[in-house]
Design a protein around this ligand. Structure first.
Ligand SMILES: Cc1ncc(COP(=O)(O)O)c(C=O)c1O
Length: 394
């Protein structure tokens, strides 16, 4: 706490995933052989055909400010992608390109929320939702789910969380951190509840759309009655391993897109010009071009589940998407391991870092204090070594 700083920043939590990565870096600096399974980014290089498009954009002098809401031909490629992959019709005036999906989410919070407006967050949720909502003076309302329902919110839970102050519901499917994927039936169940509350808007974060092992991604905007009240968020960070290029986007009702553009225009302006040009090429490519990454994640998921399943005390579900497992490790709470008392998931993650030299993230950061998140965006050898070390120190 620093009295010279605003309450806004003093009240904000530091991103736990970034904090864990920083701690792992510090230990590496001390010469420790740390295996990092804490960060949420693919460990693949950007495919060459996308890199080539970026090089071409540099040579073609895409060096000026871009339109605040994105180049028109990029928005056309996004519109085509929404139609092709999600059967959603978004016109160019309904699309806004931003500096990563994180900025898309921050824009939405700033333009939709007034002080005290409640946002329902099925927990576990992506680490930044809660602080983005708070920054916009909204109130996150966490709905705890458990491994027994595959970490998915039921219609009854949603109904019970709604109050006269509820303005929005935010969720990701496939979910970071649980890997859960909502089926069409499950989304219809949530939509039935929302139909009774016409003033609630939905953020559907679909950034892991392609990393889905059950197949058949479903967008809630496509469910009857939901299109006019849903903001579909997506981006190229995960599907194309373009995390550092920072391109995200939304498809939304026109008045929401217009407000996001107005806000972004006074904030960061248009996203990086070169990355936008490369994103056109990425989105126009058939999904088959990135199938190798999806297949590799699928293989690793099975490997990790098999190996973790051999460790007593790990309670696992089967994640159907993204690249994380989210084991419930609460059976270790209250135990003392090699002289360290484990009170909660944060203690457990720290214990693994300091004793097994493996970086994971406490589930508390995602609104579930019984779990840890393990990213399997790492090589098979690293994953095998990490899990064997974890097993040894438990
Ligand atoms: C669920 C979810 N939404 C949004 C983001 C942000 O993505 P971007 O890199 O496009 O800002 C992430 C990144 O980890 C994520 O996991």
């Amino acid at each position: 706490m620093n009295n010279h700083l605003s309450d806004r920043i003093n009240n904000m939590a530091t991103s736990a995933t970034l904090a864990m990565a920083a701690k792992a870096r510090e230990l590496r600096g001390q010469g420790k052989d740390i295996i990092g399974l804490s960060l949420g980014e693919p460990d693949f290089n950007i495919p060459d055909f996308i890199k080539d498009a970026a090089k071409k954009a540099i040579d073609e002098n895409y060096s000026s400010y871009s339109p605040v809401d994105g180049y028109a031909d990029l928005k056309q490629a996004i519109s085509n992608k929404f139609k092709r992959d999600n059967n959603l019709e978004y016109g160019l005036n309904q699309i806004v390109v931003s500096t990563g999906a994180k900025q898309s989410l921050a824009n939405i919070a700033m333009i939709m929320l007034n002080k005290g407006d409640e946002v329902v967050l099925p927990a576990p949720y992506w680490v930044s939702y809660s602080d983005i909502v708070k920054l916009a003076e909204g109130v996150p309302v966490e709905v705890p789910t458990s491994i027994d329902t595959d970490f998915k919110m039921t219609p009854e839970q949603l109904e019970a969380a709604i109050t006269p102050k509820t303005k929005m519901m935010w969720f990701s499917s496939p979910c970071n951190p649980s890997g859960s994927v909502y089926s069409e039936e499950e989304l219809k169940g949530l939509a039935e509840v929302l139909k009774k509350h016409p003033n609630i808007y939905v953020v559907s974060d679909e950034i892991y759309e392609h990393i889905n092992f059950r197949g058949g991604h479903v967008s809630i905007a496509g469910i009857e009655g939901m299109y006019d009240r849903t903001i579909t968020v997506n981006g190229v960070s995960k599907a194309f391993a373009m995390t550092g290029w920072r391109i995200g986007y939304i498809g939304a009702p026109e008045w929401i897109a217009k407000a996001c553009t107005k806000f972004q225009g006074q904030n960061t302006s248009g996203a990086n010009a070169i990355a936008q040009r490369a994103t056109i090429t990425a989105l126009e490519a058939p999904v088959s071009k990135i199938q190798f990454m999806i297949d590799e994640f699928h293989k690793r998921r099975d490997l990790v589940l098999g190996l973790l399943g051999e460790i007593e005390g790990f309670n696992l579900n089967v994640p159907e998407g993204a690249f994380y497992v989210f084991p419930d490790i609460s059976s270790f709470f209250g135990k003392t391991l090699n002289g360290t008392k484990i009170n909660d998931a944060s203690d457990f993650a720290l214990y693994l870092l300091e004793n097994a030299n493996v970086a994971t993230v406490t589930g508390a950061a995602f609104g579930n204090p019984n779990c840890i998140r393990i990213s399997y965006a790492a090589s098979e050898d690293e994953l095998k070594e990490a899990i064997s070390r974890i097993k040894a120190v438990l």
